[in-house]
Design a protein around this ligand. Sequence first.
Ligand SMILES: NC(=O)c1ccc[n+]([C@@H]2O[C@H](COP(=O)([O-])OP(=O)(O)OC[C@H]3O[C@@H](n4cnc5c(N)ncnc54)[C@H](OP(=O)(O)O)[C@@H]3O)[C@@H](O)[C@H]2O)c1
Length: 307
Amino acid sequence: MYLLFGCGVYVCLYLYLKLKKGKCNSKKTLEGKTIVITGANTGIGFETALDLAKRNGRIILACRNAQKGEEAKNKIVQLTGNTSVVFRQVDVSLMSSVKSFVDVIRREENKVDILINNAGIVVQNKIMTEEGLELTFATNHFGPFLLSTLLLDLLRKSKGRIVNVGSAASVIGKVDCDNLRAEKGYSQLQYHNSKTATLLFTKELARRETDVTICCVHPGTVRTNVFRHMPLPVKILISTVFRVLTRSPSEGAQPVLFCALDDSIRTGGYYMDCRLCDHSLWVPKSAYDVGLAKKLWETTEKILAEC
Ligand SMILES: NC(=O)c1ccc[n+]([C@@H]2O[C@H](COP(=O)([O-])OP(=O)(O)OC[C@H]3O[C@@H](n4cnc5c(N)ncnc54)[C@H](OP(=O)(O)O)[C@@H]3O)[C@@H](O)[C@H]2O)c1
């Protein structure tokens, strides 16, 4: 009896989550469009790039590891026949690397239509980069901030779009502008905090920028390498009991594609399951704190000037 009830609950939950997921139904083609996507060699980024390549855009796979980047490029070219897919090296946790990457893009492209800040990392312990930034914030906040602001003029030329891949984990994140380099201590919620910063950055840039659309998206809980630093029991739970709650990388790419392609996207908006989720329970109240967003922007600029 209990077993039957359990199975019933599981099936209902499965169907509910499957229907709720959302799908990018855009039939848009991308001939003549240039798309930059970071962390495109695996996971959500790879699946997003693959779909965009099928739409015949010029896709720039911005990855930190040359071998992985070239392999991803070759695979996408082979699967889609799109020979305008290229790999360009960037480590978004290093500001010097972001600047060099932007120099390359400036030399090679006369505009950028879509920038997808997808690269992201979860780390358990405090690690400092050679530039004096804490690794989680360097990768998830400072790198995307610098890349976006340096590419703004190329994006403006096409009235382009920036998609920041955030996370529902931001709902319990907090941003302390006096601790962006973990100088006052490292929080176990550093990833969550960095994704709250992603939301604040999205909303502040939308307030400052009129020619480029910017939005933030939570892709869902997706079975990718992002969980590689989690303890083994958590990883086992995610891939077994909680599998029903998770998505495949190609399903996780759907909300990102929706944000990159759909005409309904509102600048400054936060999206989940291919719909606007602003003011839902998943959004931290601090995301709407205009003073905090301004302070984060100014502190970020100040820290970047020191890098
Ligand atoms: N999976 C989820 O459940 C989930 C949920 C919410 C949000 N997200 C977000 O979705 C995005 C994609 O994550 P994913 O799940 O697809 O994870 P993933 O499989 O671990 O992919 C992350 C990608 O980012 C790249 N990357 C990491 N650090 C980088 C750096 N310093 N410079 C350049 N590239 C770097 C990785 O490169 P390497 O292969 O070289 O490591 C990889 O290509 C992330 O922003 C993540 O926070 C994921």
